[in-house]
Design a protein around this ligand. Structure first.
Ligand code: RUQ
Ligand code: CUA
Length: 672
């Protein structure tokens, strides 16, 4: 039995895998620190016998301050110990999710989502995952990268439940469902309705819907209209993808969209508790600028920031859902759409002005307030849901926009504003009544009190902080403790690596009511990550292998083509050569495959392993095939053997002492 296996067998109640988070009052006096270090076995030098003096000389030699050592003590995670939290960060243009342990900041996994991922055998021949990626095809065409923005963990009653994570692809308007049983992407959906998104993915408190809002207005459904007809023909939309938790899949037939004016809809968040049933999203181009800087019009961004106010969109999605059920819809492209005029006249959609190029919209844990940061403003504006709802119900409108959408009075809708600093973006929350807002231009995180809207501390970020992510920080019960700053620039933080630099995730101890302390700089060499979600690790219940043997990794059911040891065979059928193969340490059976040039080959490969971590790979060079065969997993591959020759196939995971010998030959005999 391996060390890993032994550790897994421990009684979880006596497990010390989760290091309790120390919260000493700091800075510690140096003497006290030395005593503390000596007491916990101290010396980092294994031969030192653990004396405090050695720690002090080590500190001196490496030029470390007390604050540095305190930070190290709060993040260092000894060999074999697990992290208290897992963070799921978007992998930006890489189209994959990055899973990071907190507080150690160790990367534990990349999950292929919008982009084929060879290590996981994600869409490199494996039929089940190819189909997942094809679910996101745009107008019949495979897209092989994604601009991943916002991950959203599934929720039950507004709290993370550890079952699924959803995420949006801004460039191609796709939304993905990832199962946290095995950290595998199981579905991509997309609609011809919209051509890009940004407010995706955000979930309603019981994950009934996954929200995706368009960013750049375009004719709905994918048609053409001259850009001069922007106001009349271009539109935005908010899609409410219906999630079927039983099946673990989005039900596209039960999903719907709400047509929106051609403002650039931006981030979104779902109401919770008192505001459950509502969703909120920003917009940044009430001016309806569409560029044309070489044609005598203002550049897009200059035109879009002329006015002082944009519109916070307040959407009563429960009412929208009942209007959809009542059939007040139109079909546009592949989507059921509640038309703008219906949304405006039936009390589904209201606007409230918001200052200067708003960006983040975040609902407070109690569901009562909506916090909006204006990129070109100095405030976080705190809207009151109660006030918005009262104004909407009383039909007390300050006006209407050109599309007939009622506008509520700004002053009458807010609880107040917090003077934050220049360029507030995104807000997260803790368990002590504090809000944390990233301040992009000023390059700090501001900690402020939700009660009296006063800043209590600002911590400099290196540099240009975008999103931030607090421990369960967008749920009804945030944990506090940790906050992650996701900085867009890294500049001088790391060893130079050429002009394209990594970005910088900074871990912060938010430390109760006190000042924040910077703990750790983590380079992220995959750009540009956007948002992240941090969940208590013990909420995740992952599987160790696929069971029964021969499981399809998407359905978790036995694949009809699964095979067992002694049942391996080769058959010639009308549609080509079928090979039922098994993989086990350290051979494939059969290990010789004979076909004729031009024949279609169907490989049905089952890993018959049931041992933890006994993963095999299956690589077939020149044919662009690479599979990951985790214990119990089954893969089907189909390809045309269109090139005669001798093609070795082999296992790509160092699975045993005879791993290099875990190989075989595909013999493609020439036609002539
Ligand atoms: S964005 S840095 Cu895509 Cu969420 Cu604000
Ligand atoms: Cu199987 Cu290496």
């Amino acid at each position: 039995m391996t060390a890993t296996a032994e550790r897994q067998d421990q009684d979880p109640s006596e497990s010390t895998m989760t290091t309790p988070r120390p919260r000493p009052s700091f800075p510690l006096p140096i003497g006290l620190l030395a005593v503390a270090l000596a007491a916990c076995g101290g010396g980092t030098n294994p031969s030192s016998g653990g004396g405090g003096a050695d720690v002090l000389s080590l500190m001196r030699a490496r030029g470390l301050s007390e604050a540095d050592v305190t930070a190290a003590l709060k993040t260092y995670t000894p060999s074999g110990k697990h992290d208290e939290y897992l963070t799921f960060a978007s992998g930006g243009h890489g189209g994959n999710l990055i899973v990071i342990g907190v507080p150690s900041m160790r990367i534990v996994k990349y999950i292929g989502v919008f982009t084929p991922e060879p290590w996981q055998g994600y869409a490199y021949g494996d039929d089940a995952t190819e189909r997942v990626l094809d679910g996101g095809n745009r107008f019949g065409k495979r897209v092989e990268w994604g601009d991943m923005h916002h991950p959203a963990l599934s929720e039950t009653k507004g709290d993370y439940d550890g079952q699924y994570i959803f995420v949006g692809d801004k460039a191609n308007a796709r939304v993905a469902v990832v199962s946290l049983k095995d950290f595998m992407t199981r579905q991509l959906v997309t609609s011809s309705l919209i051509q890009s998104d940004h407010g995706a993915a955000f979930v309603t408190p019981d994950t009934d819907y996954v929200i995706e809002t368009s960013q750049y207005p375009a004719p709905l459904g994918g048609g053409y209209a001259p850009i001069e007809e922007f106001n009349e023909k271009y539109r935005g939309a908010a899609i409410f993808w219906r999630f079927d938790r039983q099946r673990g899949l989005i039900d596209t037939a039960k999903s719907f969209a709400i047509e929106l004016p051609p403002y650039m809809q931006d981030l979104a968040d779902a109401g919770k508790l008192v505001s459950d049933g509502w969703a909120f999203m920003n917009s940044v181009n009430a001016e309806r600028s569409y560029g044309g800087n070489l044609e005598g019009r203002p550049a897009l961004e200059a035109g879009a920031s002329q006015g002082d106010m944009d519109y916070l969109h307040c959407i009563n999605w429960r009412l929208a859902e009942s209007l959809v059920k009542a059939g007040k819809t139109r079909t546009i492209g592949d989507m059921t759409v509640l038309p703008l005029e219906v949304a405006a006249s039936e009390g589904v959609l209201f606007f409230v002005p918001e200052p200067k190029s708003p960006h983040g919209v975040d609902i407070t844990p109690d569901g009562k307030d909506i916090v909006v940061g204006g990129k070109l403003d100095t405030h976080a504006t705190v809207y009151s849901f109660e006030k918005i709802k009262a104004l909407a119900e009383a039909k007390q409108f300050a006006g209407k926009d050109p599309y007939g959408v009622p506008i509520l009075d700004f002053k009458a809708s807010i609880r107040g504003q917090c003077e934050i600093g220049l360029g507030p973006l995104h807000t997260q929350f803790d368990d002590q009544g504090f809000a944390y807002t990233s301040v992009f231009i000023e390059s700090v995180i501001a900690k402020w009190s939700l009660k009296d809207l006063k800043v209590v501390h600002k911590l400099p970020m290196h540099y240009n902080v975008g999103h931030i992510c607090a421990a369960e920080g967008d749920t009804v019960s945030p944990d506090g403790g940790y906050l992650l700053g996701m900085n867009k620039w890294a500049m001088d933080r790391f060893t130079p690596v050429g002009p394209l630099l990594p970005q910088n995730f900074q871990l912060i101890d938010v430390n109760g009511a006190g000042e924040m302390q910077l703990l750790y700089d983590m380079p992220i060499p995959l750009g540009e990550p956007h948002y992240a979600q941090m969940i208590k690790a013990d909420k995740l219940k992952t599987i160790e292998y696929y069971s029964p043997v021969g499981s399809n990794p998407i359905t978790h059911e036995k694949d009809p083509e699964a095979t067992l040891a002694k049942q391996e065979r080769v058959e010639r059928r009308a549609d080509g050569v079928h090979v039922w193969m098994t993989a086990v340490r350290s051979h494939f059976t059969p290990d010789t495959i004979r076909v004729k040039e031009g024949e279609t080959v169907h490989l049905h490969i089952t890993s018959v392993e049931q041992a933890h971590d006994a993963t095999h790979g299956f690589a077939l060079g020149s044919y662009d095939i690479n599979l990951s065969l985790e214990p119990g997993r089954h893969s089907n591959v189909r390809f045309v053997a269109d090139r005669a020759g001798v093609f070795p196939f082999y296992c790509t995971e160092f699975c045993s002492a005879l791993h290099l010998e875990m190989a075989g030959y595909l013999l493609v005999e020439p036609k002539s």
